[in-house]
Design a binder for this molecule. Structure first.
Ligand code: SAH
Length: 612
């Protein structure tokens, strides 16, 4: 019997349990020496005969199998990864068929799975790609027509290229011709799961340079697609994504249920139990009870006082009471819809769950649906855009981590969406002659004026994708840093609201000015060790002096790049007041976002919480 066994990608403990058993029982093992980890051979019996197929041709392999088979020996043919992928197993099986020798196959972990594991990558993100194309560049093995990389690229799916490391220039050109843009994220994983594994993330444009710089010519996979580097908000989560996004957005705020009768308290408990089964709700749910029939747990405060105590700290308040009670107790505390908690109101029987306030931004509509599921009642949703299943730009912005540059325009846009929009010359227009331009950019908006007429308005969505690296001397003031950053942003003509992170080297951790400036931006400064900063590669403006003082040749550029993950430097070291500032930009596909808006804004019946 011959077992074709997948040895896995490299690490010896990534073989299957069955594969290992076959090795332990084998009398003869023929392994692909170039890629199979020899550690696996340690599982073999002491008297097992072991051959390296790297030095054998097909006839020689078949000869060994034939002889062993005649002696009724157990034979393992060990292939790298999974044998079914570029394993050249079929030609061996065909020979065995001719010889009447029985065989079977045992799967293995393919390298493309090990590469995903090493990157903590999900190949199939909803809304980005639901397909994986496994292919290779054409080499000595010719590819059938219709299987060109260019053609596959036109799908925009996640693509994994085997056997292509030496062909990165060609691969890049074909991918771009096929429709991937130059900024598409690309990952390269060299010897995934081996001890000397290396992994890189770059953009398509820079792939050949990366391969050359790192001298990678084989045993690597090239992975292409927007699933790489996708962040929360770039794709819809599998369930109730709006709500869970709220959870993150509203930070560590709390959940409260308020009840005013015995029956109401029972329902409140039931809702609590139901919510606990939702993964987003593993935190404690606080009860406030105001009920004469329940003196032991009833609060002494007036309901309004009790609500006042929790309001700013709440993410969600569920009243189990008459709507009037709910409205009157929250009324004094209502602020802006961007900050208010979601407020729900349920009747004592849980038949109607009213989304009372913060339907969109606070997620109350989603919460109402969820609670209605628990009580078996109906969610009562009154927000216009939801009722009609229309596009809500504020939600879109939130989902994608975009800041609305001019919120005052949003209301008008929502009205226009309801009235019905059509597209003309890239603008969104209504029948009564209004028009909207949607601009997704972190540029300072000089050309908004182009459309600053009564009839055409620009809605600006600002991606938060800029990372500011700062170097400064001891005791530099917040103002000195701010001036330098302002000057830097004037040079690059970027909007400071796009700043996502600010940071420096860890020896600056206690610099008051820097930390205060970060606070002013609504951020906590990030700090890296010299060692972490030294790993950044690229065109760095290094100085020996800085190296002597800090241990690394440049602080601002390196920290900006490090914060930005796989971003690129858009402003190198800028100096003012003895402060140095560099700005790196994370990759944002603004065009794709815009396309998405165009796709959604005209669709009436979106199923926003749709599950598969
Ligand atoms: N059957 C194997 C693929 C064999 S073809 C599998 O399922 O993985 C050989 C190619 O696989 C190499 O050129 C390289 O592209 C890829 N490969 C194999 N092992 C790898 C590893 N550990 N890391 C990255 N790529 C690997």
């Amino acid at each position: 019997m011959v077992h074709f066994v997948g040895a896995g990608p490299g690490a010896a403990d990534l073989i299957t349990v069955r594969g290992k058993r076959y090795i332990e029982e084998a009398d003869v093992i023929i392994y692909a020496g170039s890629l199979v980890n020899p550690e696996l051979l340690k599982y073999a019996k002491r008297d097992c005969k072991i051959y390296n197929s790297a030095v054998l041709n097909l006839d020689e392999v078949v000869d060994i199998i034939r002889e062993a088979s005649a002696k009724k020996l157990s034979i393992v043919r060990l292939h790298t990864g999974d044998p079914s992928i570029y394993g050249a197993v079929k030609e061996q099986m065909d020979r065995l068929d001719e010889l009447g020798i029985p065989y079977d196959s045992c799967p293995g972990v393919s390298s493309f799975l090990a590469a995903a594991a090493s990157l903590n990558l999900e190949y199939t993100l909803p809304g980005i790609s639901q397909s994986i194309i496994l292919t290779r560049a054409e080499g000595r093995t010719k590819k059938p027509s219709g299987e060109g990389i260019e053609g596959f690229a036109s799908h925009g799916s996640t693509m994994v290229l085997f056997l292509s490391a030496a062909e990165s220039k060609k691969v890049k050109a074909e991918l771009i011709r096929g429709g991937y843009n130059e900024n598409t994220p690309v990952a390269v994983v060299y010897r995934a799961s081996w001890k000397d594994e290396k992994k890189f993330i770059t953009i398509l444009n820079d792939l050949p340079q990366l391969m050359e710089r790192e001298s990678i010519e084989k045993t690597a996979l090239i992975i292409v697609g927007d699933v790489i580097g996708a962040k929360k908000g770039d794709y819809p989560e599998s369930r109730l994504y709006d709500k869970s996004f709220n959870t993150g957005y509203r930070g560590n705020k709390k959940l409260y249920i308020i009840s005013c009768s015995k029956k109401g308290y029972e329902l409140a408990k039931k809702i609590e139990d139901g919510l606990k089964n939702e993964k987003e709700f593993d935190e404690k749910i606080n009860h406030i009870v105001k009920c004469a029939a329940l003196p032991e747990i009833s609060t002494d405060k007036s309901l309004r006082q009790a609500v006042g105590d929790i309001y700013d700290d709440a993410r969600l308040i569920i009243f189990v009471s008459a709507a009037g009670i709910a409205v009157r107790s929250v009324a004094p505390f209502i602020g802006h819809k961007y900050n208010d908690p979601a407020i729900l109101c349920a009747d004592d029987l849980g038949e109607n769950i009213i989304s009372l306030m913060s339907g969109h931004m606070g997620g109350a509509n989603e919460y109402a649906r969820l609670v209605a599921d628990i009580t078996g009642g109906s969610a009562v949703i009154t927000t216009a855009t939801d009722m009609e299943g229309r596009f809500a730009i504020d939600l879109f912005a939130k989902r994608h981590g975009l800041i609305i540059g001019n919120p005052e325009q949003v209301k008008e846009f929502s009205g226009a969406v309801l009235a019905g929009l059509y597209e003309e010359g890239g603008l969104f227009k209504t029948d009564d002659g209004k028009g909207f331009e949607i601009k997704i950019s972190n540029d300072v908006s000089g050309d908004d004026v182009k459309y600053a007429t009564d009839t055409i308005k620009t809605i600006r969505l600002i991606p938060r994708n800029l990372c500011v690296g700062v170097g400064c001397k001891k005791n530099t003031s917040k103002e000195q840093i701010e001036e330098c950053v302002n000057e830097a942003f004037d040079i690059i003509k970027k909007d400071k609201r796009a700043i996502k992170a600010i940071g420096s080297i860890d020896i600056k951790k206690t610099e008051k000015g820097l930390n205060e400036y970060a606070k002013k931006l609504g951020l906590n400064a990030v700090f890296y060790s010299a060692e972490e900063l030294s790993h950044i590669t690229g065109d760095i403006n290094g100085s020996e002096f800085v190296k002597d003082v800090t241990g690394v040749d440049n602080v601002c550029e390196r920290s900006a790049l490090l914060m930005s993950g796989n971003g690129r430097l858009i402003l190198g070291k800028h100096i003012k007041n003895g402060v140095t500032v560099a700005v790196a930009q994370e990759y944002t596909d603004c065009e794709a976002l815009l396309e998405e808006i165009h796709g959604e804004a005209f669709v009436c019946d979106r199923n926003r919480t749709g599950e598969e």
